[in-house]
Design a protein. Structure first.
Length: 389
């Protein structure tokens, strides 16, 4: 299939009116999204997502949040929201996005010119698929306790240790890792941010099967893995500040309305499938969720605006993540309740992925854990907003 990419590319998407931009996104999705990948019941692996990734890459729409000069769409927050809304409404497949959503913005802020020139284009071309190596068996919420260490030996870092819960590690070519490069001071002070190619000798990836019976995440072991010295991002031992910054991006991404809005659209289709769209019980619940989602979107827009103006974000990012994931879970819980005995089946109802609520319910369970657990977000809000000890 030849795709008329030029019909969708614009020099400045932000100069389009909102309705015009929305119509452009809708037309692009309708004409180009692979039909068999719509409304995926599970997170797609690279081999499944690749065709869609390459279409987005071809049109230059992979990184809505990156500046134009680095190959992104340079969308302002309002346009980003429309982009996300339309992708969710359509049931567009989520592609591997650790490169676009997490590493890319970090490199744009902290990477050297060489790192930006080398890595950013390879994310956009699909040549490098990234995964995130933060968590370790004894360093999740208490991330600064991480023990995977990198020791300089000549022009190379020698890495030893273990990461865990590494999403899509089995599909990735590279991992960005937090590693300990100094054990002498406070635990936050001796951490560096290292880029590691996953094809190096000494790396073992062992899949973990999740509740959806999928090998979505893995353990990653490093045994005397040698990595070039220049693969450190920023200063040695200054990785903690960047890591926290990156967690901020992640929480903004996870706090966006994407998941809850997708689940709510699915809930409505389930209502239609069971013929209860006019039932007052259903309407009450659905309208309540819909209003919560509208509130959340308004809040998300405000935060995104602040970000665009270059203002510092504080604890509100924690609220964003907390609120979105809570709504996401409650919508899927109600969806499962509606399905009654159908809710026990992992295969999609009527063979249609756009009704696959049980897998979405399971997926929603994890959302209050990754990216910083609900309890951790509450602790942050308690300290920063309520001034509790
Ligand atoms: C689906 C999924 C995908 C993931 N993908 C990745 C990935 O790609 N890369 C990566 O690096 N990590 C990933 N993670 C790991 C995730 O970041 C950690 O699971 C998370 O940070 C929690 O750490 P933990 O699992 O060690 O739990 P722990 O930190 O051990 O927490 C256990 C429980 O104790 C609570 N708790 C801990 N400390 C406190 C406290 N101070 N106050 C109150 N309660 C507390 C927690 O809220 C939680 O309920 C993923 C996790 C999931 C579920």
């Amino acid at each position: 299939m030849t795709i008329a990419y030029d019909a969708f590319r614009r020099d400045d998407y932000n100069s389009l009116g909102d309705n015009e931009f929305r119509a452009l996104v809708q037309r692009f999705l309708a004409e180009n999204h692979p039909q068999d990948l719509r409304h995926p019941a599970k997170r797609l692996h690279w081999e499944q997502a690749e065709p869609w990734y390459m279409i987005l890459s071809g049109v230059g729409w992979l990184a809505p949040n990156w500046p134009r000069e680095h190959g992104g769409m340079g969308l302002n927050p309002g346009k980003q929201l429309i982009y996300v809304e339309e992708f969710e409404k359509f049931g567009a497949a989520r592609t591997p996005d650790h490169g676009m959503m997490l590493l890319g913005p970090l490199l744009i802020n902290y990477g050297s010119q060489e790192q930006k020139a080398h890595f950013l284009p390879k994310i956009l071309s699909g040549e490098h698929i990234w995964c995130q190596g933060y968590s370790e068996p004894n360093a999740g919420s208490d991330l600064a306790a991480l023990r995977t260490e990198a020791v300089l030996d000549g022009d190379e870092w020698v890495v030893n240790g273990q990461k865990i819960w590494t999403t899509l590690a089995g599909d990735a070519d590279w991992i960005f890792c937090l590693v300990r490069t100094d054990k002498s001071g406070k635990k936050q002070e001796g951490i560096s941010f290292l880029l590691i190619p996953l094809d190096r000798p000494g790396i073992t990836i062992r899949p973990i099967i999740n509740l959806e019976l999928d090998d979505e995440f893995s353990e990653v072991f490093f045994d005397d893995v040698r990595v070039p010295k220049e693969n450190i991002v920023g200063e040695v031992n200054q990785g903690w500040t960047m890591a926290k910054n990156l967690l901020g991006f992640e929480r903004i991404f996870l706090g966006g309305p994407r998941q809850a809005s997708n689940a709510l659209a699915k809930l409505r289709r389930l209502g239609a499938y069971y013929g209860i769209l006019q039932d007052t019980g259903f309407i009450d619940k659905y309208a309540g969720f819909r209003m919560e989602l509208e509130d959340h979107q308004a809040f998300f827009s405000r935060i995104s605006d602040k970000l665009r103006r270059g203002e510092r974000l504080g604890a509100e990012v924690s609220f964003l993540k907390l609120n979105q994931t809570s709504l996401y879970q409650r919508v899927t819980e109600y969806g499962l309740e509606l399905m009654a005995e159908d809710g026990g089946r992992l295969e999609p109802l009527g063979g249609s992925n756009d009704l696959a609520m049980p897998t979405q319910f399971l997926n929603a369970r994890a959302s209050t854990i990754y990216g910083g657990t609900t309890q951790v977000q509450k602790n942050i809000l308690a300290k920063a907003v309520l001034d509790l000890p």
